[in-house]
Design a protein around this ligand. Structure first.
Ligand SMILES: Cc1cc2nc3c(=O)[nH]c(=O)nc-3n(C[C@H](O)[C@H](O)[C@H](O)COP(=O)(O)O)c2cc1C
Length: 187
C-alpha cells in the first residue's frame, strides 16, 4: 500500500499536466493511491525576511504537511524556458527551509507533458538536481516524458488516449512501486 501525493506544476485550467495527473489512478499497480497536493500558487513569494519575522505561512505548512502525510510524491509539471515553473520552485524553496524538511528521504518520481519535441525533459533534469539538494530519493527510470501533448489527449473528454504513453506510465508506476519497496526496506 502506498499513498502518493501528486504535485502539479501547472495552474492552467486546460493543463495537459493536470490531465496527465488525472490519468494516474487507472494506470497504477494495485495498492497505489493518489492524493492531489494543494496548488503551488497558494504560497506567497519566498522572502527570508518574511520567514524570519512571521514564520512559515499556513499555506506552506499545509503543503509541507501534505508531503509528510504521503508515502511518496509524484511531480507532474510543464517546462518553462527549459526549467521548472517558478511557482513550483517557489513551493519547493519554502518547504526546503523547514526544520522537519518534508522532502528528506521521500521517494519522488517525475513526469512532464509539453507541446514540444522534448516534452519537458529539461525541467525534469533541473528538478532532479534541485530535489537531490534537499535529500529527496529520486526515482530514475523509466521516465514519463509526454511529447507533442495536444496529440496525446482527447480534446473533448480530456483523457489520455495515446496507448504507448499509457503503457509508459504503467511501466513507470510499477517501477516506482518497486523502488518504494526497496528504499522503505519492504522489498
Ligand atoms: C512561460 C512559458 C515557457 C515555456 N517554455 C517551454 C519550454 O521551455 N519547453 C517546452 O517544452 N514548452 C515550453 N512552454 C510550453 C508549455 O510546455 C505548454 O504551454 C504546456 O502546455 C504547458 O503545460 P500545461 O498544459 O500543463 O499548462 C512554455 C510555456 C510558457 C507559458
Amino acid at each position: 500500500m502506498s499513498n502518493v501525493l501528486v504535485i502539479c506544476g501547472s495552474l492552467r485550467k486546460g493543463s495537459y499536466n493536470a490531465m496527465l495527473a488525472r490519468a494516474l489512478p487507472a494506470l497504477a499497480p494495485d495498492g497505489m493511491t493518489f492524493t492531489p497536493a494543494p496548488r503551488v500558487d497558494t504560497m506567497p513569494h519566498y522572502n527570508f525576511d518574511d520567514q524570519n519575522t512571521s514564520g512559515f505561512p499556513a499555506s506552506v505548512a499545509a503543503f509541507a504537511d501534505a508531503i509528510r502525510a504521503a508515502d511518496d510524491v509524484i511531480i507532474v509539471s510543464p517546462e518553462y524556458n527549459w526549467t521548472s515553473p517558478g511557482t513550483l520552485k517557489n513551493a519547493i524553496d519554502w518547504v526546503s527551509r523547514m526544520k522537519d524538511q518534508p522532502f528528506k528521504d521521500k521517494p519522488v518520481a517525475l513526469q512532464s507533458a509539453s507541446g514540444a519535441l522534448l516534452g519537458g525533459s529539461r525541467m525534469q533534469y533541473h528538478l532532479r538536481q534541485c530535489l537531490t539538494s534537499i535529500d529527496a530519493l529520486i526515482f530514475g527510470r523509466p521516465e514519463v516524458i509526454v511529447t507533442f501533448a495536444p496529440q496525446k489527449f482527447d480534446e473533448k473528454t480530456l483523457e489520455l488516449k495515446d496507448q504507448p504513453t499509457r503503457d509508459m506510465i504503467k511501466l513507470q508506476l510499477a517501477g516506482f512501486a518497486a523502488f518504494i519497496r526497496k528504499v522503505s526496506g519492504k522489498a
